[in-house]
Design a protein around this ligand. Structure first.
Ligand code: NI
Length: 170
């Protein structure tokens, strides 16, 4: 029912009511069975307002609620991270980093990190996205563990918004 439209009263007889109640309790049991062993935690997190606004707008378009969308985003993040963690040997690829260049000292810090990882960082491309945001594409070639360390170091910096490692085969 659309909000604002007049409510219609629906007559439901006692037998239908009983059936509906039985149906609902079966669904409750099913739901409890599906969620067995799963405990739900409620958390409070801090987010930039513009990020939340964009997130809420998109999820309302695709019909997700916040909890469901955040769970999906967390699973995606875990998949990404696990993928990089499981890699062994020598890696070749690029790490894309978006960041806010107005964060004081961040640009210098990102350069310092690349110098500290000079044995695996082969070069970088800088793209100015808009007034505030920059994208750096860092080409890497080297040991998986070292690449992971680089990604961790970059991600730990305040003002870094997103990191996407993309490893390829030679
Ligand atoms: Ni820039």
């Amino acid at each position: 029912m659309k909000s604002g439209s007049p409510r219609k009263s629906v007559f439901v007889d006692r037998r239908t009511t009983a059936r509906l109640e039985a149906f609902i309790s079966v669904k409750e049991i099913e739901l409890r069975w599906l969620m067995r062993g799963t405990t739900i935690s409620r958390v409070s997190i801090s987010l930039p307002s513009d990020l939340l606004r964009e997130f809420d707008q998109l999820i309302s378009e695709i019909g997700y609620d916040r909890s469901k969308a955040i769970q999906a985003a967390m699973r995606l993040f875990l998949t990404d991270q696990k993928d990089l963690r499981q890699r062994k040997g020598s890696l070749l690829g690029a790490v894309a980093v978006t960041y806010d260049h107005e964060v004081r000292g961040l640009e210098e810090k990102l350069t310092d990190i690349q110098h500290a990882f000079a044995t695996i960082v082969r070069g970088a491309m800088h793209i100015h996205l808009d007034e505030r945001n920059c994208l750096q594409i860092i080409a890497v070639k080297g040991g998986a563990q070292r690449v992971r360390r680089l990604v961790q170091e970059l991600m730990a910096q305040r003002g870094v918004k997103q990191i996407k490692p993309a490893m390829v085969r030679a």
